[in-house]
Design a protein around this ligand. Structure first.
Ligand code: SF4
Length: 146
């Protein structure tokens, strides 16, 4: 099989041949590529970086990530768990948002801070979806790095 190494931006194309217990890797430009290919065959894992919803209109989405990589096949299930999370209180960067997600032994942690003292909860009658849409519009409206 052929896979692209995600170990660095080079994105080497790796040719992987599995012959019983033997795994032959070609096309890697460093040892990390070989390790990546072997893990992809035996136990593929990925980090998950995403956001969870909050009740705060100033910050309707809180960035989060897995502390370590989790099995690749659990990524979509983990997203479903995180889609149900609603943050209602202050959060510090590094706080655990979901402990031991899906029994993987990996915590999902915040990668940003919410200081609830300065934030106001969602306006009456406004849904989280409204908040998220508005946030997305705001983000698209900002012209950064031009
Ligand atoms: S094999 Fe090495 S150089 Fe190539 S993409 Fe992977 S980490 Fe980068």
């Amino acid at each position: 099989m052929e896979i692209i190494c995600i170990g660095c931006p080079m994105g080497c194309s790796l040719k992987v041949e599995v012959n019983g217990e033997q795994i032959l890797v070609e096309g890697n430009q460093c040892k990390r590529g070989e390790t990546f290919a072997r893990n992809e065959v035996k136990n593929p894992t990925r980090s998950l970086t995403t956001t969870v919803r909050t009740i705060f209109e100033e910050m309707p989405l809180l960035p989060v990530r897995t502390e370590v990589e989790i099995p690749k096949e659990k990524i979509f299930e983990a997203m479903e768990v995180l889609n149900k999370v609603l943050i209602k209180d202050k959060v510090n960067c590094g706080d655990i948002i979901v402990k031991d997600i899906l029994g993987t032994g990996c915590n999902v942690i915040a990668t940003s801070t919410i200081n609830g003292d300065f934030f106001s909860p969602v306006s009456k009658g406004e849904t989280s979806a409204d908040q998220i849409n508005r946030f997305e519009v705001t983000v698209r409206g900002i012209k950064c790095y031009e």
